[in-house]
Ligand binder design. Structure first.
Ligand SMILES: O=P(O)(O)OC[C@H]1O[C@H](O[C@H]2O[C@H](CO)[C@@H](O)[C@H](O)[C@H]2O)[C@H](O)[C@@H](O)[C@@H]1O
Length: 323
């Protein structure tokens, strides 16, 4: 979404004329963190002394997405944690609704195979929780790419060097036995229940990442060091290059800041992002309140007949008369 489309708030630090801020203006504000999309302007006050102003997007709410069944030639990309399942205290404690695997597979059938899960989780973890699901998936923040169910996984990043994994694991052990999640191309350390650990963990992760040319993801109570080469946005783009997805309008449904790359990617393909959860600064166009609302929004499309299938086949029948 272009900034010009959004409403902006001025938060002036002084009054007077607005002049160009020039290079280095953000540094001169001396703020600990400035949103990526903030703009800085310089102003003069009555005495013509220079003041700086921070110009950030308003935090107005986003509308709900249109009903899925009204959207034509759609591709749906789904995040997992916080989107399809509620956030739990531990990665292995999430509860998968018994209706979820069938919901995803039926949606995929209705949309002609244009549904993909794009998760920060490793594909092995998703397979373990959802069973052998008949849909395309990208795991490990785009590091693992499986174009269709049963296909070989394409690795899109390098393995995590021991020089990152070792120190991170030791940090986790020595600071309250934080949960460590090892993935093919990354390592996540969960600090839920140890909120004070965020800053030192983040600092260490950033140092390690800088030393090894890696990146850092600052997720929900989790800090993850990831090998470069992929993110959720590049995973979406890779799906959109496949003949099955080409020309479709993509929507990405996700809750975390790590989903922002994917929100921006679907915009580039003429679609939009759907934020799940409380309003925050986001590149998404629409918002759904929670996991329950996501299931409801997806279920809305199931009444559409899938291409080439009868209602009976959708209900699990053979399509042949039974009498
Ligand atoms: O991209 P996602 O599919 O949403 O995965 C993002 C991360 O999700 C998991 O961690 C989050 O969910 C846990 C279970 O609810 C929660 O305990 C944790 O605090 C959250 O950060 C998963 O464990 C990570 O590997 C994913 O990257």
């Amino acid at each position: 979404m272009a900034f010009a489309d959004r409403h902006f708030n001025w938060r002036p630090l002084g009054g007077g004329r607005i002049v160009d801020a020039g290079a280095g203006a953000i540094d001169r504000l001396g703020l600990a963190s400035v949103p990526d999309d903030a703009k800085v302007r310089a102003m003069t006050d009555e005495s013509e002394g220079l003041k700086l102003a921070l110009h950030t997007p308003a935090q107005g709410d986003l509308p709900q997405p249109p009903p899925l069944r009204t959207l034509a030639q759609t591709a749906i990309f789904l995040d997992f944690d916080g989107t399809l399942v509620d956030i739990a205290a531990r990665p292995d404690a999430v509860e998968v609704a018994h209706t979820l695997p069938a919901l995803i597979e039926r949606l995929d059938a209705v949309l002609g195979g244009r549904v993909a899960l794009v998760s920060g989780r490793a594909l092995a973890a998703l397979d373990g929780m959802l069973g052998p699901l008949d849909v395309a998936m990208a795991g490990s923040h785009g590091g693992e790419f499986r174009p269709a169910a049963g296909d070989e996984v394409h690795p899109l990043a390098d393995p995590l060097p021991e020089g990152i994994a070792g120190p991170l694991a030791r940090f986790a052990r020595d600071n309250g036995d934080l949960i460590v999640e090892r993935k093919p191309f990354s390592m996540a350390v969960h600090y839920r229940g140890h909120a004070g650990m965020r800053e030192p963990l983040l600092a260490m992760a950033r140092d390690l990442a800088e030393d090894h040319g890696a990146g850092v993801k600052d997720g929900k109570m989790v800090v993850e060091v990831v090998m470069p080469g992929s993110d959720k946005g590049s995973a979406v783009a890779k799906f959109m290059e496949m003949p099955l997805f080409a020309g479709a309008t993509p929507y990405f449904v996700g809750d975390d800041v790590t989903d922002e790359d994917a929100f921006r990617a679907v915009e580039r393909f003429g679609g939009g992002g759907i934020l799940v959860g409380a309003m925050r600064r986001t590149a998404a166009r629409w918002r759904l309140d929670d996991v329950r609302a996501v299931h409801a929004w997806l279920s809305d499309a199931l009444e559409l007949a899938p291409p080439g299938k009868t209602d009976d086949e959708m209900a699990g029948g053979s399509g042949e008369p039974t009498g």
